[in-house]
Design a protein around this ligand. Structure first.
Ligand code: G4P
Length: 313
């Protein structure tokens, strides 16, 4: 599925992170606990290199707790990496964050060597909410608009612990097809950038295999409905929800909006859209395809006939 990203402040952000990383001891990467693999930004990994990482699986209140544990174990097994689960109901998360970061950079601390931490995350992952909780401020920005911090913020969480938030947004180049769907379903992508119907169909395909009970309960379906193919299941949900258009036909767009809304609101139960194992398979396939595309492009360039004479105007 093609996603129309809005590159916006991408260049600025890239530069800001590249500048800040030189004086960073730990990178906090905020991930969406429902899609940890897909909500990780590959560009960030490139920019931050081997710096110790704290992965925060945020919005864990919406995610399947069993899968959150699986993802935490997956990340905690990585070198120089720690992972914790979090959600906005935790009103004083600072100490947990500080402790996890200190464990990652034990040689830093004290006024002479304050711990310098950079916090990053894709849009809508809950970064503003978390920063507001940490600073005790009322919301400065939440919602769908690509959230833009205009200047770098330094938040002093302890006398020797500085948290830096860089300006702008880092949009990922998506090489895993399924990530596009999961990011769109989660709300990370503005709604004009994708087809709701396509996203809902993909989502239903996953939910009926992994979380059928949530669908049956939410839409008062017969248990057998989860055996339907994705299109028929979406139509059945539309029928149950009274999403009709003239002539009594099902309004599939409306039905799709209902499904996506219900996922985001947690109305389908606590759902995680990818397991570590599934994501690893998708990633390997995506990387292979990406490498093939790059090789093809290179070949095409090599084959392009050399122009002679003046450039056409
Ligand atoms: P961002 O800065 O990373 O872009 O994200 P932001 O904090 O603006 O949060 C995006 C949306 O996610 C907001 O909802 C916010 O309330 C919600 N959110 C943040 N943290 C959590 C969490 O831990 N659990 C849940 N369930 N939701 C969370 P919104 O509908 O866009 O705005 P509003 O509800 O605040 O009006």
């Amino acid at each position: 599925m093609a996603i129309q990203w809005f590159p916006g402040h991408m260049h600025l952000t890239r530069q800001a992170i590249a500048d800040r990383i030189k004086e960073t001891d730990v990178v906090i990467e905020l991930l969406d606990a429902r899609l940890p693999g897909s909500s990780a930004n590959p560009l960030l990994a490139e920019l931050t290199g081997s710096r110790p990482k704290l992965k925060i699986l945020n919005k864990q209140d919406l995610a399947d707790p069993v899968q959150t544990q699986a993802w935490l174990a997956h990340y905690n097994a990585m070198p120089a990496t720690r992972a914790i689960g979090l959600d906005a109901s935790e009103t004083a998360p600072a100490q947990r964050l500080i402790d996890a970061c200190r464990a990652l950079a034990p040689l830093r601390g004290g006024m002479a060597k304050p711990l310098r931490v950079l916090i990053c995350g894709i849009p809508n992952v809950g970064k503003s909410t978390l920063i507001n909780t940490l600073t005790g401020k009322k919301a400065t920005k939440t919602g769908d608009e690509a959230g833009i911090t205009k200047v770098e913020q330094r938040i002093v969480l302890a006398s020797d612990f500085y948290l830096f938030d860089t300006p702008g947004m880092l949009w990922p180049r998506i090489i895993v097809e399924k990530s596009g769907y999961n990011l769109a379903a989660s709300g990370a992508v503005g709604r004009n950038a994708f087809s709701e119907e396509e996203v809902a169909l993909d989502l239903l395909g996953y939910l009926k295999g992994h979380y059928p009970a949530g669908l049956v309960e939410r839409y008062k379906l017969d248990a057998a409905a989860t055996e339907l193919d994705d299109e028929d299941l979406l139509a059945e949900i539309g029928r149950k929800r009274g999403a009709l258009q003239s002539g009594g036909r099902i309004n599939l767009q409306k039905a799709a909006e209902v499904v996506v809304y219900d996922l985001r609101a947690g109305n389908l139960g606590r759902v995680t859209l990818e397991t570590p194992e599934e994501y690893a398979v998708w990633l390997a396939a995506g990387q292979l395809l990406d490498a093939e595309r790059a090789a093809k492009k290179k070949r095409r360039k090599g084959e392009a006939p050399q122009r002679s004479g003046p450039e056409p105007t």
